[in-house]
Write a protein that binds this ligand. Structure first.
Ligand SMILES: [Fe+2]
Length: 227
């Protein structure tokens, strides 16, 4: 992805989150210059990948297969003594027909919440033991109400509605056509993009970046290391 596109998407996301009444923490606005002098006092941000995250899942076509996320809080499976939080929270932008491809999590249980805007559509399967799409029906919880779910069933969430995705449930999601961009929240167990995403067939989690202009904000995997 071009850096100019990432910058534009982050600027658009700030506007969308504000219009949904969702305020971001101060580190959302730190510039690369402001990052330079920061030391170990911000290790929690650096080591738990808090902050901006823009991905095309390696597709080369962000509008069709992509997601913008901001991770607000997170724990860390690898350093539980330093970061014992068992939970995470994100806010995301999902455009009409912009797909986050099928994946499940071995560990993470996540509530996906329509925080405002259009309609969020999810398609779900249980995973088989060999991590393929199961043809068995299963149950999900939508705002505290159990729902029987057929394999591949499409579930649509309006603003305010949420679904709990259990581990080993394959999910893909996108904004419903003609309904507008969706601001999507996630409240979950610890998020670990390096070890806890099982994509069915997406090529990658983080995009290659072409530096055609300076970054407005660093992405969560770009923070300068501290000695
Ligand atoms: Fe997920």
């Amino acid at each position: 992805m071009k850096r100019s596109r990432i910058n534009a998407l982050i600027n658009e996301a700030k506007y969308l989150f504000a219009s949904a009444g969702f305020k971001l923490p101060p580190f959302a606005y730190w510039t690369p210059e402001q990052w330079k002098p920061k030391g170990h006092e911000v290790d929690e941000i650096r080591e738990n990948a808090l902050g901006w995250d823009v991905t095309d899942f390696g597709s080369g076509d962000f509008d069709r297969t992509g997601l913008l996320l901001f991770t607000i809080r997170n724990g860390n499976y690898h350093h539980p003594d330093s970061y014992p939080k068992p939970y995470a929270e994100k806010i995301m932008v999902v455009k009409e027909n912009q797909v986050t491809p099928y994946h499940f999590h071995w560990l993470k249980r996540e509530d996906i919440i329509n925080r405002g805007g259009g309609e969020l559509v999810l398609e779900l399967y249980r995973a088989t033991k060999d991590e393929k799409l199961s043809d068995e029906p299963f149950s999900v919880s939508i705002d505290g109400t159990e729902k029987k779910c057929m394999p591949g069933e499409r579930i649509s969430l309006k603003p305010g509605e949420s679904i709990c995705l259990e581990p080993f449930v394959y999910h893909k999601f996108y904004g419903g056509a003609g309904r507008g961009t969706v601001v999507v929240g996630e409240v979950s167990a610890v998020n670990d993009d390096t070890t806890d995403n099982r994509f069915l067939d997406a090529p990658g989690r983080f995009p290659e970046i072409e530096e055609d202009e300076p970054p407005v904000h660093l992405l969560c995997n770009e923070y300068p290391a501290v000695a």
